[in-house]
Ligand binder design. Structure first.
Ligand SMILES: NC(=O)c1ccc[n+]([C@@H]2O[C@H](COP(=O)([O-])OP(=O)(O)OC[C@H]3O[C@@H](n4cnc5c(N)ncnc54)[C@H](O)[C@@H]3O)[C@@H](O)[C@H]2O)c1
Ligand SMILES: CC(=O)N[C@@H]1[C@@H](OP(=O)(O)OP(=O)(O)OC[C@H]2O[C@@H](n3ccc(=O)[nH]c3=O)[C@H](O)[C@@H]2O)O[C@H](CO)[C@@H](O)[C@@H]1O
Length: 426
């Protein structure tokens, strides 16, 4: 059994480490965050949902000592690939992981990148760092592969049951990697090249972004046009066999709002157009301003001065980036709350799905566990969890002074009768 090293023990790396350990491989899980390593050592993650239930679960060795990677036959890298302030790919973690690998690399090792990157990045950014730090050469001394991750944390799309593309710098390397990944994934797709696998990952998410952008553009355009309700239109269009249904809303999370920029950057650097992908991002990012506009419109009907006092609290319901999730990664919500604060409002969080301390840290806002921990101007419904709405218009009217506003961005309320509240919906 090959010894596997995993670099980066986050949403992607940790399930991989436990899956390979489940499958019987000796696994070294390495992360630069010492606290994370201590946590993992104290309470190893036993539930992977990946290995067959009847197989004895193995536990990876968790370490922040890079020298433990030296004996690994295959080293898989799953470090974050965020954007810079100006929405350009930030591959600094990939380069630094490459250096760590290079410093420990033995000839004969195969190195795999799983982080989402633009096409060309594995060969142009990752491999050179490994070669520089090791003095070894790709092909002669070590092999490289790229395999994008498609798992969605907390959903039925686990590592095992999502089709996983695998590529290598030669066909033989790809075959060797497919034999390895077969132990933890049911279905693999042999990608013709490293670059095709890198690009496919970005394109998949750029396509989703574009599809949602079309519906967002249309739904925002329908706002205030009495004869045109986007939901009615979607229900009619959906009766056609090849219409694909999406819902308008904030596009959040760690993949869909970010990955298109990887492809945009590479295409534009090649002097090619990526205007549609750029436009889709711009439309989806503009939903923040649209929601702020709905809040302002509702408040203007309330006709009260916004002066930044306690009465200007607004209860933001649903902080997770998508329904029924507990994941708080949302640049859009961070921007939305900043915009609301700029207008003298004080957003307060409410979300039974998320850890309150994590939410406070993520968005710099206090959390309430019920509607009526204090007075507020109203509620802003953001993420459509199954149990939402957790309160009725009557509850909101009773909880707050004056006529409170209800701004419903996911249409969780039935708008036919809105006694006691000022109602606006996306
Ligand atoms: N989260 C997902 O569902 C998902 C899905 C598909 C693809 N991806 C991609 O996978 C990659 C990893 O994402 P994630 O969500 O697992 O990230 P994450 O932030 O959850 O975890 C990454 C881990 O890497 C560690 N790390 C950073 N730099 C390091 C280094 N130089 N050496 C060792 N450890 C280092 C961090 O401490 C962290 O623990 C990203 O490129 C992401 O776009 C993520
Ligand atoms: C379809 C799928 O499996 N995708 C995955 C994706 O998972 P995800 O969880 O990040 O993506 P989504 O489910 O697309 O949600 C993103 C945001 O868009 C909002 N949204 C969605 C649909 C809609 O009709 N209207 C919307 O407004 C939604 O609320 C949320 O905020 O990431 C993984 C990591 O890369 C990928 O493997 C993979 O592609």
């Amino acid at each position: 059994m090959d010894q596997i090293g995993i670099i980066g023990l986050g949403y992607v790396g940790l399930p991989l480490a436990t899956a390979f350990a489940d499958a019987g491989h000796p696994v070294v899980g390495y992360d630069i965050k010492r606290q994370k390593i201590e946590r993992l050592r104290a309470k190893p993650p036993m539930v992977t949902g990946v290995g067959p239930a009847d197989r004895a679960e193995g536990v990876p060795e968790f370490t922040s000592n890079p020298e433990r990677l030296r004996d690994c036959d295959v080293i898989i890298t799953a470090v974050p690939t965020p954007l810079t302030e100006t929405s350009e790919p930030d591959l600094s973690n990939v380069r630094s992981a490459g250096r760590t690998i290079g410093e420990q690399l033995r000839p004969g090792t195969t190195v795999v990148l799983e982080s989402t990157v633009y096409p060309g990045a594995t060969r142009e950014e990752f491999v050179p760092e490994i070669e520089r730090a090791s003095g070894l050469s790709l092909g002669d001394d070590f092999a490289v592969g790229y395999s994008p991750e498609r798992l969605v944390p907390g959903e039925e799309r686990s590592l095992r049951n999502s089709v996983k593309p695998v590529s290598g710098h030669t066909d033989a390397v790809r075959s060797e990697l497919m034999d390895l990944y077969e132990s933890v994934v049911d279905e693999l797709y042999p990608a013709p090249s490293i670059e095709s696998a890198e690009a496919a990952k970005c394109l998949e998410n750029a396509q989703r972004d574009l599809n949602i952008a079309l519906i967002n553009e249309f739904a925002m355009a329908c706002n205030g046009v009495d004869s045109l309700d986007y939901e009615d239109v979607l229900s009619v269009a959906d009766s056609k066999w090849n219409f694909v249904r999406y819902s308008p809303g904030l596009v959040e999370g760690h993949c869909i709002p970010i990955d298109p920029y990887f492809l945009i950057e590479r295409l534009e650097r090649l002097g090619r157009s990526a205007s549609l992908m750029r436009e889709a991002r711009a439309v989806n990012e503009s939903v923040v301003d649209f929601i702020v506009g709905l809040v302002e419109d509702a408040l203007s009907e309330r006709d009260e001065h916004i002066d930044g006092t306690d009465e200007n609290r607004l209860l933001a319901c649903g902080l997770a980036y998508k329904p029924n999730a507990e994941d708080l990664r949302s640049e859009a919500k961070r921007r939305l709350f900043d915009e609301l604060r700029d207008r003298g409002l004080e957003p307060i969080g409410y979300d039974p799905h998320v850890d309150a301390a994590d939410a406070t840290a993520a968005f710099d806002l206090p959390m309430w566990s019920s509607l009526d921990e204090g007075d507020a101007v109203g509620v802003l419904m953001l993420t459509d969890h199954d149990e939402f709405p957790p309160f009725s218009f009557d509850d909101v009217a009773a909880a707050y002074s004056g006529r409170p506003i209800v701004v419903d961005t996911t249409r969780v309320f039935d708008e036919r009768s809105t006694p006691g509240v000022i109602y606006r919906r996306f």
